[in-house]
Design a protein around this ligand. Structure first.
Ligand code: FE
Length: 255
């Protein structure tokens, strides 16, 4: 399995604090069947700044350490970029990093309870520059939960989205679990990833989540997620079904 969203780099954000933490996360990842991880430290989220070259250097160091430890896991460079006005300019000036540095996919994180007004234009501009934005964990954004059409619009206009494994397993509560499944049903998500930060509270949950997906949706849906993760690593096109709108549930007694 490939995990395209993970905070495994040591000491750069709220993920692994030390290289020992990174090694422990790597062991847990391997035990869940993960062989490749894109390390995606937070960038410009108000707390952390992690620019491209710095991440690439840290990834190289961590891969050396994993080799010494004999852990069969490959780390690739990536970044979880909070949406901001100059994001595209900063990509062009080499501080924003695409996934696996292949100039194809870029992570876009929204603030957890709102969607900035400039988002639609910026997502368009990113695509005009030849990149595909991947909106991370839309199922955890309160504005999107309240108004799923916001996400439908973005996907309809070419953005991809990544749902978090722990959302599917229920780690973030029933409401987010249910909404995650609705996103899968409506073809509004294309990738599943761990967004793991550690091996205690925010762990991988990839094995459990993928088993649940296979049970609920069958192997074909699961393979779509796996193949898309591979496509992201290789900088190739992802598989997309035509997105649908999530129907708002009617209140009881108002039929
Ligand atoms: Fe993250």
């Amino acid at each position: 399995m490939i995990d395209i969203h993970c905070h495994i780099l040591p000491g750069v954000d709220d993920g692994a604090k030390s290289v020992e933490d990174s090694v422990a996360m790597a062991r847990q990842a391997v035990s869940e069947g993960i062989h490749t991880i894109i390390a995606t430290p937070h960038h410009k989220n108000g707390k952390y700044i992690n620019e491209k070259q710095h991440i690439i250097n840290d990834v190289e160091k961590l891969n050396e350490r994993l080799k010494q430890e004999g852990i069969p896991l490959l780390i690739l460079p990536g970044q979880e970029c909070r949406i901001y006005g100059e994001m595209l300019e900063d990509y062009q000036s080499d501080s924003v990093l695409t996934l696996n540095d292949n100039n194809k996919y870029v992570f876009v994180e929204f603030p957890s309870n709102q969607i900035p007004r400039f988002s639609e234009q910026l997502l368009f501009d990113i695509q005009s520059a030849g990149l595909t934005p991947i909106i991370v964990h839309p199922e955890r954004n309160t504005s999107i939960i309240e108004e799923p059409n916001i996400l439908y619009n973005f996907v309809n206009k070419g953005a991809l989205t990544q749902v978090t494994a722990a959302s599917i397993t229920g780690r973030f509560g029933k409401k987010i679990r249910k909404f995650s499944l609705e996103l899968i049903d409506a073809n509004l998500t294309h990738l599943i990833a761990s967004d793991a930060h550690n091996i205690s509270g925010r762990q991988f949950c990839m094995k459990e989540a993928t088993e649940l997906i296979q049970q609920e949706y069958g192997a074909q849906q699961l393979y779509m997620f796996f193949e898309n993760a591979e496509a992201v690593v290789d900088g190739l096109a992802c598989f997309k079904e035509i997105p649908e709108r999530i129907k708002k549930k009617k209140f009881l007694g108002m039929f």
